[in-house]
Write a protein that binds this ligand. Structure first.
Ligand SMILES: Cc1cc2nc3c(=O)[nH]c(=O)nc-3n(C[C@H](O)[C@H](O)[C@H](O)COP(=O)(O)OP(=O)(O)OC[C@H]3O[C@@H](n4cnc5c(N)ncnc54)[C@H](O)[C@@H]3O)c2cc1C
Length: 307
């Protein structure tokens, strides 16, 4: 700051981002009080910085305050409690390289994380930051929507739990209020006999998905039960395709059943249309990624072996 609290013109011209004030709370309670104060003036939470900082560097985002949550020890927690995997706000993508929970959930997350960006980004970017950022092509958003995650939001006024189905509202838009901190996300553990498959199509390794599918089911007497199918990347927000889940329920896993399900998924999506990819192209990809995710789920290794 220069005289009389004015910004130093040298600072203004020499920094990539627009000027901001930096805050480093040590507790969640401190963070939410700060957030309540600065959010109306476009104060933002800083987690891994892997989405926010590049937009600040281009001055597309100009937050006047940053509330850096990286010094809050309790937010680094990752634990299993009451049948759920609890993922604190500062848990990085890279934490999932090895299974973080016994059974299929840990293996599934270890498979999915390899598709998120590149290693350096995965060492800083956070699971919860991805959820709040709500990019339609975010792998963690698809996982949260498909498996029915719960998001725990905290503000000065207390805590509330938001179901994934209510959390994602559209392209980079969620139900989180500006003064709320997403303190943790909770994913239900998957039963040990769950089959799962994840398939993503992107132009190059590490690019954002153009379309991706996540499928899970269990088998009873050789027939699929409790099937879940989620699609991401193709629509403004990831979601379960319930009509296709109903088609799969009670059927034997077979190429024919999967082909029909994939066609139905492609018909069900309201695919985005933009200058890069047409809606028709995205719909075609939805058919392909759905079939491949279902095919992958058949393989025994998905249940017991390497992710
Ligand atoms: C080159 C590149 C490629 C990428 N590829 C992919 C990819 O393939 N798939 C993918 O999913 N992502 C990708 N990303 C994004 C990356 O995964 C980010 O880490 C993630 O989107 C945001 O997490 P973050 O912790 O870095 O959040 P930040 O950048 O710190 O924050 C992002 C936004 O969320 C808010 N926020 C963050 N955490 C909280 C919280 N706990 N409570 C309230 N608000 C919060 C911030 O205020 C900000 O508005 C890529 C990024 C880059 C730079």
């Amino acid at each position: 700051m220069g005289p009389a609290g004015r910004l130093d013109p040298f600072y203004e011209a020499s920094m990539k981002p627009a000027p901001f004030q930096y805050h480093a709370p040590k507790t969640v309670a401190e963070a939410v009080v700060l957030l309540a104060e600065v959010a109306p003036a476009d104060g933002r939470v800083l987690a891994g910085g892997q989405s926010l900082v590049p937009t600040m560097a281009f001055r597309l985002a100009r937050p006047t305050h940053l509330v850096d949550i990286n010094g809050i020890a309790e937010l680094g927690r990752i634990a299993v409690a009451d049948g759920k995997l609890v993922i604190g706000a500062c848990v990085r993508h890279a934490a999932f390289y090895r299974p973080v929970a016994d059974g299929p959930l840990g293996l599934l997350l270890a498979r999915v994380v390899r598709h998120i960006a590149h290693h350096p980004i995965r060492t800083r970017g956070t699971f919860c930051g991805s959820l709040v950022n709500a990019d339609p092509a975010s792998e963690w958003c698809l996982v949260a929507a498909t498996l029915g995650a719960e998001m725990v939001a905290q503000s000065r006024h207390g805590r509330r739990v938001i179901a994934a189905a209510d959390f994602f509202e559209g392209v980079m838009s969620t139900a989180l209020q500006e003064d709320e901190l997403l303190v943790e996300a909770r994913l239900p553990l998957l039963p040990p006999d769950t089959h799962y498959g994840f398939y993503e199509f992107s132009r190059r390794a590490g690019d954002f998905a153009i379309a991706m599918a996540l499928a899970t089911y269990r088998l009873e007497d050789g027939r699929m039960v409790e099937p879940r199918l989620g699609i991401g990347g193709a629509e403004p927000k990831p979601r379960r395709i319930v009509a296709v889940e109903r088609m799969l329920e009670g059927q034997e896993p077979s190429p024919e059943a999967f082909a029909s399900a994939a066609q139905a998924a492609a018909k069900a999506v309201e695919a985005m249309d933009d200058s890069n990819y047409s809606a028709d192209y995205r719909r075609d990809l939805v058919e392909t990624v759905t079939r491949r995710a279902l095919d992958q789920a058949v393989q025994a290794e998905c249940r017991t072996g390497e992710p």
